[in-house]
Design a protein around this ligand. Sequence first.
Ligand SMILES: [Zn+2]
Ligand SMILES: [Zn+2]
Length: 400
Amino acid sequence: MELEKYYFENSKSLLHALPENEIEAIITDYKNGVKVLDIEKKYGLVKLNSFFKQLPFKLSDEVCEYCNIPIYIKVKRIGSRVSEFKLCIKCQHDNSGDCNCEQCANKMKIKNEERTRNLQILWNIHYVEHYNLNYTLNDLSIYDEIHLVLLFQSYSKVTNLLNFFNFRQNRFQLHRISGEYYSIINNFIDRKILIPDIYYFDSYGAIYSSNRSLPTIESLKINWILNINKSPGVLFTLSELITIIKERSYTLEDKKALWKEIYYSEVKKYIDFQSKKYLKISIDDQIIEQIVDQLLPAFPISKAYALIYYTINSSIRYTLDYSANERKVNSYFRNRMFEHILKYQDHKNLRDYNRPTQIELNYFNQYVLKNILKQENTYFYISRDKILGGNESEVKPLIL
Ligand SMILES: [Zn+2]
Ligand SMILES: [Zn+2]
């Protein structure tokens, strides 16, 4: 291969036409720091937009590590931190760390493959040591399943990976999703049902170093995957599991449990709302559970809200008449509630209350009502039997 003395990356360079001694002189002047304007004047060049681009590479004594032919070198750009440019015109290797020539790209690919293999080996050891719990679908509760669907809908921008970056950003603001999901996410991470994606450790060098603390929801730049076995040694991807959950059917027992969950949370929210507002105390969860056990079989939530309202009213009078402490108000509330439940058991003269807009329906309840019980618009006003009967077309009427 016969090599020219100069190589012009800009083939239209005006220097191309000049005799060799002038090209040499120009390069020397440029190297010595003569101003571009002066060089242009001296050699009668029109004012050039990018003078440096016009300068040629010059054949050198160095050879290309890949082709073993001489390479071209271009003078260092004035004011640039990059050292002189090198170029093999056969393979385009430029000798720099981020050279993109075919040989270098290949080298990089092999290096990355090797790194990935090493990481995989380290990850497997790390996995067995920290996360190997052999969870299967059977280890997920019905609540876990629904929570996973909710997290998937809110946090999986990239299929199969959960990224809580937005969650962390919103955490300290009044963000509704964050409030409801914080303990859910932490619970999954604590139980190691959600585990970090392997590349988290790669980017943080965590499994190459001795620091083996496990990541938390606060950890940066992390994608989470599921730690549920699909078959021995093979984990479910998130979307695989979500598809299974969305397509599964629910037994009457499942629906009963889910409805009770919704009923309890709706009753609790209303009692909390009313008791904090009017009684300036809170009612114990244990008492709310006892009340729900009585209300659930007999009253739609709309009527339960009416009973709660009546009971709050009586309790206000009680707190005014007697300077009762919180414990006494709690038991008064419970007793009055039971009296009201008994008094209105046939629903006579008991009206339906509407759901106050200040009380938000949480995401879990929304999901269950819409996708499982299929009563998102009616649930508030209808009895348990109707709720569990669902749409006639989908579920057979209950025979009790
Ligand atoms: Zn080369
Ligand atoms: Zn290269």
